[in-house]
Write a protein that binds this ligand. Sequence first.
Ligand code: NI
Length: 175
Amino acid sequence: MTAMKRSILIHPDPRLRKICTPVADASDALRTLSRDMLETMYDAPGVGLAAPQVGVLERLIVLDCIKAEGEAPRPMVMLNPEVMAASEETNVYEEGCLSIPEQYAEVTRPAEVEVRWLGLDGREHREGFSGLWATCVQHEIDHLDGKLFIDYLSAIKRQLITRRMQKLKRELARG
Ligand code: NI
């Protein structure tokens, strides 16, 4: 079966602000969802996508932070991902989000994190991430708790970006 692109919700949307439900197990439905989400993410293009961004309020994220030309892709699917440990050392990255198109801002986060998740293989995984991977996995896990990168910015910047997105949505609705 081929993967199907799903449409990405644009902020502000109440579904992007919900606490998502843990998944019970690696089901065929979640396999299909994650394949569709990877297709959607690569097509966008983006380096990560969380299930609530396609309107599914379950704890599932996909990511692939390999950006270098000619390097093999590394698609990752995480069910019920959790940050188990975070470094005191921080990193600043200019973040963006497929639900907040073409808006970027610097966000400070722990430079390294240890993440535990359930894989589509039904097994528990644990891995340390650094660099862009660390930022991306934290950004995607935030989505599962209804949190967006603009929540780390000042209220003024957040409101400015939100107003731009409201305008964009009105334009998209008009077609
Ligand atoms: Ni995002």
